[in-house]
Every structure is written in structure tokens, then in C-alpha cells.
Write a protein that binds this ligand. Structure first.
Ligand code: NAD
Ligand code: ZN
Length: 377
């Protein structure tokens, strides 16, 4: 009998890409997802391909409905837990909501596994690089250091780069390993870190194997084009298509590790299938930094846009300067290597975006909300 996988949040970006791959590989798939309007638009419909594909058992429910979850867990071998609210800035003023969907619902899921009949042997959690806060840096004198969040005063003076916590000297970003001290700087990050602890500790005590994957910035076909609170590439793509200005925070040299969704799917499947993943916490990324200005220019070129990105010197409190993944652990544990180059991934993303309906731009509204709350200057 083929293994039965429950994917919470499986109708989302990563979930649809994962479902497609697992179906092709012969897995039985159940998806539990409430088709949140922030992600799926005001008239949510299942991704058409998934709808046509009668092989997926789709449960339209909120992950907080523990009765539904209890039923869903009865015949499942593996849970891939993706359901979450994912807007970093939005989490700063919807604190209880983020805590309920991300933390409390995960606790309820584990309560079911601890107290009700079920067949679950493995949980794979989608965690996030956001739990690190700033990434790892090197100081010429003090070696590897982990600077804290940049202060409001520092940002106000446009001192974008973090300084050495010991000597206040200049730093160079280096790959961030899993052993970095976690330092969540947003409520979203705090809930992802809480999910990690809950799942690892409960899994240990229940004898359920767990694998925790810390994703960097994921992009690719199927990314929500509706959610103005997350997904820098989808936000930019809408503005490029509309011929609108492309405002870039700070000096544009802040960087992220952009990893293609196919590589995330690869990592999740390896973690599901490999015993070596048991109990492991692993980074998943491309392993390379790309500045926000560079990625914006790449996307303008790929979409044939006419308006170049504009560095505004504006900034958001809580944003990090640099973080990119050290992939040595996941290479050693799961033999994972990213397969999709940034150049190919952006071309493919742009082609997919161009085939999609043109969404409203939500960036100005999202930024207004932040300014009102004095979280952006
Ligand atoms: N995309 C990234 O860059 C990234 C980076 C790090 C971590 N992650 C994590 O990966 C996971 C999946 O992210 P994604 O990019 O596919 O996001 P997504 O928003 O596209 O998908 C999330 C899915 O969860 C569903 N959902 C939201 N609230 C729910 C609820 N209360 N009950 C049931 N379903 C609910 C949504 O409808 C959506 O289909 C999340 O846990 C996220 O924290 C994503
Ligand atoms: Zn120093």
C-alpha cells in the first residue's frame, strides 16, 4: 500500500508544488487547507490542476478545527505541516491570530497525536530562516559573530550594516549554520521557532520521527500573487507588469537567499523518505546571497519591464540585512544540492507570472499600514 501523506496548507504555494511531485511518485495525498482569502483571493478556488486531479483528498478546513484534524490524522503515515500565516510585518499587529494559527494549532495537532488513535510515524515541519534574525557574520578580530537586530536609531542614520557586537567594527556576511543562536525578530519568526520546539519535543516523547526544515526565501510558479504581505518577487512582479515604480528599501544591497520551489520540494521529499532526517533541523536554501536590487533588476529584465528599481532609503523595523544558508548539514544528511540556478528560476517564474491574471497592487496599502504603526520610515 502506498504511503499516505497529509499536507496541511497543501493548497498553497509550496503545498501544490509538493502535491504534484508526490502524486507523480505514487503517494496517496490528503490536503487540509482553508483556502485563506489573503492567499487565494476573495473567491478562493482550488488550484485548477489539483481540482481536476481526483486523486487528492481535499479537506477544506481550518487547521485550528481539531475535530477535523483528528479525523484527517487517522490513516496518515506522514504529516507535512505547511499551514501557516506567513506575513512578517503583518504578524506584528495580528499577534494573537499568528499565535493561534501557527503555534496553538500546531500544539493541538500534537495533542491529537498524543491522545487519539492515529498512524502517524513522521512529521516534517516547514520552518523558516527568520528564526535566526540576522544571519552569521565574520569580524576580522572576533571571527564568527551573531549581531542582534539593528536599532531604530541606527536605521534612522542609514547605517545599514550590522556592526560587531564586541568591537563595533565592520562585518562581512557568511553562510548561517543551523547552530546559529536563534534570535527571532518578528512575531511570525517567534511562532515558527515555537513550532520547531513543540514538534521536536513532542515527537521525541511520542516516538514520532521529526524533521525540521528552515527555508530561505522561496520563489517559483504557484506563489501567491494576491498576498501583499509576503513574497518579494510576487509583489515586485505585479508592480513591474503595471509599469509602477519599484521601491527598494535601504541602499538595495541588503541580500536574501532565493531558493526555487522545486528545490524546496526536493528537500521535503528527501526529509520524508530518509531515516537520516530523523530528529534533524536543516537549512534549505540556494546557499548564495543575492541583493534585493539585483533580484529586482533580474525580474525587470525577465518580464520585459520598462521601469527600473529605485532605491528609496526607506526601511522597515525588524528587517534583517543579510542571511544565507550554510548547506553543509543538509548536504551531509540528505545529500541535498539545489538544482535550479537563479537565472533559470527567474526566467521560469517570469514566464509563469505572465500567464496569470494581473492582480491589484497591494504594496502601497501594506506599507501604509506599517507607516501608520511607525514600523516603516
Ligand atoms: N514561501 C517562503 O518563502 C517560505 C519561507 C520560509 C518558510 N515558509 C513556510 O512554508 C509554509 C508554506 O508556505 P507557502 O509559501 O506555501 O505559503 P502559502 O501562503 O502559499 O500557503 C499556505 C497555505 O496555508 C493555508 N492556510 C493558512 N491559514 C490556514 C489555516 N488557519 N488553516 C488551514 N490552512 C491555512 C493557506 O490557505 C495556504 O494555502 C509555511 O509554514 C511558511 O511559514 C515559507
Ligand atoms: Zn569584532
Amino acid at each position: 500500500m502506498n504511503k499516505h501523506i497529509l499536507i496541511t496548507g497543501g493548497a498553497g504555494f509550496i503545498g501544490t508544488n509538493l502535491s504534484r511531485k508526490l502524486l507523480a511518485d505514487g503517494y496517496r495525498i490528503s490536503v487540509l487547507d482553508n483556502l485563506s482569502p489573503q492567499i487565494h483571493g476573495p473567491y478562493p478556488q482550488l488550484d485548477e490542476a489539483m481540482l481536476r486531479d481526483g486523486r487528492i483528498h481535499f479537506i477544506r478546513a481550518d487547521v485550528r478545527q481539531s475535530g477535523v484534524l483528528e479525523q484527517a490524522l487517522q490513516t496518515v503515515d506522514t504529516v507535512v505541516h505547511l499551514a501557516a500565516e506567513t506575513g512578517t510585518a503583518q504578524s506584528m499587529y495580528q499577534i494573537a491570530h499568528y499565535n493561534e494559527v501557527n503555534t496553538q494549532a500546531t500544539a493541538q495537532l500534537l495533542d491529537i497525536l498524543a491522545n487519539k488513535p492515529n498512524t502517524v510515524k513522521k512529521i516534517v515541519l516547514a520552518s523558516s530562516r527568520s528564526i535566526y534574525g540576522e544571519g552569521a557574520y565574520a569580524c576580522l578580530t572576533h571571527g564568527t559573530v551573531y549581531p542582534g537586530a539593528r536599532s531604530a536609531a541606527q536605521l534612522k542614520n542609514h547605517q545599514w550594516d550590522p556592526l560587531c557586537p564586541t568591537c563595533n567594527g565592520p562585518l562581512r556576511a557568511i553562510p548561517t549554520p543551523e547552530t546559529a543562536r536563534p534570535s527571532p525578530a518578528s512575531i511570525y519568526a517567534a511562532t515558527k521557532y515555537a513550532q520547531e520546539d513543540l514538534i521536536r519535543i513532542a515527537g521525541d516523547s511520542l516516538g514520532i520521527s521529526t524533521a525540521i526544515l528552515r527555508f530561505q526565501n522561496v520563489y517559483g510558479a504557484g506563489q501567491s500573487l494576491n498576498n501583499p504581505y509576503t513574497g518579494i518577487l510576487s509583489i515586485f512582479s505585479t508592480r513591474i507588469r503595471r509599469g509602477m515604480s519599484l521601491p527598494i528599501f535601504e541602499d538595495g544591497l541588503e541580500s536574501r537567499d532565493f531558493v526555487h520551489v522545486n528545490d524546496i520540494v526536493q528537500a521535503i521529499q528527501l526529509a520524508m523518505e530518509s531515516d537520516a532526517a530523523s530528529g534533524a533541523t536543516l537549512n534549505v536554501g540556494a546557499g548564495e546571497p543575492t541583493s534585493v536590487l539585483d533580484i529586482a533588476n533580474l525580474l525587470v529584465d525577465a518580464l520585459g519591464g520598462t521601469v527600473r528599481p529605485e532605491v528609496t532609503g526607506q526601511y522597515r523595523l525588524g528587517d534583517i540585512r543579510h542571511c544565507y544558508a550554510d548547506l553543509s548539514q543538509i548536504k551531509a544528511t540528505l545529500n541535498f544540492t539545489p538544482q535550479v540556478s537563479l537565472a533559470r528560476g527567474i526566467e521560469e517564474f517570469a514566464a509563469w507570472v505572465s500567464s496569470q491574471p494581473l492582480p491589484e497592487d497591494g504594496l502601497d496599502k501594506a506599507n501604509e499600514e506599517l507607516k501608520k504603526r511607525k514600523m516603516m520610515s
